[in-house]
Ligand binder design. Structure first.
Ligand SMILES: Cc1cc2nc3c(=O)[nH]c(=O)nc-3n(C[C@H](O)[C@H](O)[C@H](O)COP(=O)(O)O)c2cc1C
Length: 181
């Protein structure tokens, strides 16, 4: 898959086949996150990886996910939670960079996954408090995101509805977001 197809063809996927993510592929996904750039190379990201669907199902019950998200993570063969250790934060121009760094790293993982035909969906609509308690995540870590990873299954009606509700295909025109100076 070339870069254009990788990036231009990407959309959030919310319905997965039960087939596991092969270990070698998971290794590349994690490596893509590890090699990401970060402010002053602080590498604040920390990843919690689930490859046991039973554990993912339990997690789905204990992370305070809102709406229908709970249905689509429950079926996933793999789920990764992206955290950021605030102790590795760097502040530049009055701006904290641990979230930026972790987002770059996690998105690199998502793109690497996609290059192997494995799709994902960034999720923010969980309860950080519940999840922290359930997984005993250290207080200095923020939970930035979670995402299911897996081979895409055919879209069910509710998955189509979520994508359309989330405005999956809508993007601002270039003129609204770019200025040539
Ligand atoms: C920071 C962030 C948080 C998101 N949180 C959720 C979420 O909680 N639930 C969900 O279904 N999708 C979530 N999404 C996916 C967006 O809805 C999706 O990326 C957007 O609608 C564009 O659609 P596309 O990814 O299919 O192109 C999130 C995406 C980002 C980047």
């Amino acid at each position: 898959m070339d870069a254009k197809e990788l990036i231009f063809g990407r959309h959030s996927v919310r319905n997965f086949l039960p087939d596991p993510v092969p270990e070698v592929v998971l290794a590349d996904i994690l490596e893509a996150g590890r090699l990401a750039p970060s402010a002053q190379n602080r590498q604040p990201w920390r990843y919690l990886v689930f490859t046991d669907n039973g554990k993912i199902q339990k997690l789905a019950q204990n992370c305070g996910l809102v709406g229908l998200s709970i249905f689509f993570i429950r079926k996933a063969p793999c789920l990764i939670i992206a955290c950021a250790d605030t102790k590795s934060n760097v502040r530049i121009n009055n701006q904290d960079y641990y979230l930026v760094d972790t987002a770059i790293s996690f998105h690199q993982m998502m793109l690497m996954a996609r290059s192997y035909g494995i799709e994902s969906c960034w999720l923010a609509a969980f309860s950080e408090k519940k999840l922290r308690g359930y997984l005993k995540i250290p207080e200095s870590w923020r939970i930035v995101a979670m995402s299911p990873f897996g081979y895409p299954a055919e879209k069910s009606l509710y998955v189509k509805a979520i994508s359309s509700f989330a405005g999956s295909n809508e993007r601002k025109a270039l003129g609204e977001i770019v200025q040539f100076l």
